[in-house]
Design a protein around this ligand. Structure first.
Ligand SMILES: [Zn+2]
Length: 323
């Protein structure tokens, strides 16, 4: 039961295919959630209209429960300006260029609206009520199609001077290495994302190496990291090799972050973290092998706890953060 006159926030996590939203209190307790299709092909105005309707529905729900809305937090992918309230170039929303989303949504709903990067919001969500509880310094790596990052230093999100801190996926781990989608060579994302892991496996399969994964491909299925992890577990040499390699690249990234920022915790999130201990354990083992003893305490690596909800919970909680 929600307290009467409790102040709630509405959080939105806007992706290319779905918008997840929820009513959340300032401790991160989720009162209710809604998920709608983004319908990105309908264009910018169509999606904004859908967001406004969603915010209104959640506002009515809060009012019916005797609560009021503090503000609306929105998490979006890609380049954006939190200060200007503008979405600049989201990778999976065609036609979105320099959209003053904060202005449009606050005019459409009457609420204060706060915008931030989706990776930052997800990190904030895990920090306040997930795997980051109880620490002050943590970095979250979101492992999916790409590699996203969110950084909490001294108990606050660190966005940097130009608001684009935390692009850990584009830190270079192999000089002159594989080409990344961002144009650089050798980015972490080009080696340790789910996409990159599948690519490395496919290259070796195309080269004729023996693996049980070939049977899956012959059945017309698309290769996934879940299939690679499960094949590795069953002793498939190629799958084991590819997965250990991914974990080693992640270990290098974690070590670099630890040397840079002296963290209490590193949280592994995103679709690939569903592998659980099959991800965490080999990353820890590789850190143990590769890392310098000068590091002192190794980073405390944990798996994310909020799953796909971290984004909208963090978006909601971001409205309670000091500006
Ligand atoms: Zn890159």
């Amino acid at each position: 039961m929600s307290n009467s006159l409790e102040s709630l926030a509405i959080g939105l996590d806007v992706g290319g295919t779905a918008i997840k939203a929820g009513l959340v209190n300032r401790r991160g307790h989720v009162v209710s959630t809604q998920t709608i299709a983004t319908e990105a092909n309908g264009g910018v105005d169509h999606v904004i209209e859908r967001m406004i309707r969603l915010i209104r529905a959640l506002t009515n729900e809060a009012a019916a429960a005797g609560s009021r809305i503090e503000a609306v937090g929105v998490g979006m992918p890609g380049t954006l300006s939190r200060k200007k309230g503008m979405v600049i170039a989201p990778p999976n929303l065609p036609g979105w260029r320099n959209i003053p989303i904060v202005k449009w949504l606050s005019e459409g709903t009457g609420h204060r609206v706060v915008l931030d990067n989706d990776a930052n919001n997800a990190a904030l969500g895990e920090f306040i009520c997930g795997a980051g509880r109880g620490v002050q310094n943590m970095i979250m790596l979101t492992l999916g199609t790409g590699v996203g990052g969110g950084m909490i230093f001294g108990g606050r999100l660190w966005r940097g001077a130009y608001e684009n801190a935390g692009e850990i996926g584009h830190t270079i781990i192999v000089v002159g290495g594989r080409r990344c989608g961002c144009g650089q060579l050798g980015c972490l994302e080009a080696y340790a994302s789910a996409t990159a892991t599948v690519t490395r496996a496919m290259e070796r399969i195309s080269n004729g190496e023996d693996t049980c994964l070939r049977a899956e491909l012959n059945n017309g299925r698309l290769l996934t990291t879940e299939m690679i992890v499960s094949a590795a577990r069953n002793g498939d040499a190629l799958a084991r090799d590819v997965w250990e390699e991914t974990c080693r690249y992640l270990a290098v990234a974690c070590l670099n972050l630890q040397h840079t920022a002296s963290l209490e915790r590193i949280v592994l999130a995103g679709g690939m973290s569903a592998a659980g201990e099959a991800l965490r354990r080999p990353v820890l083992d590789a850190i143990d092998q590769i890392g310098s003893k000068m590091l002192g305490d190794p980073p405390d690596i944990r798996l994310a706890e909020l799953g796909n909800d971290a984004g909208f919970i963090g978006s909601a909680l971001s409205v309670f953060e000091p500006a």
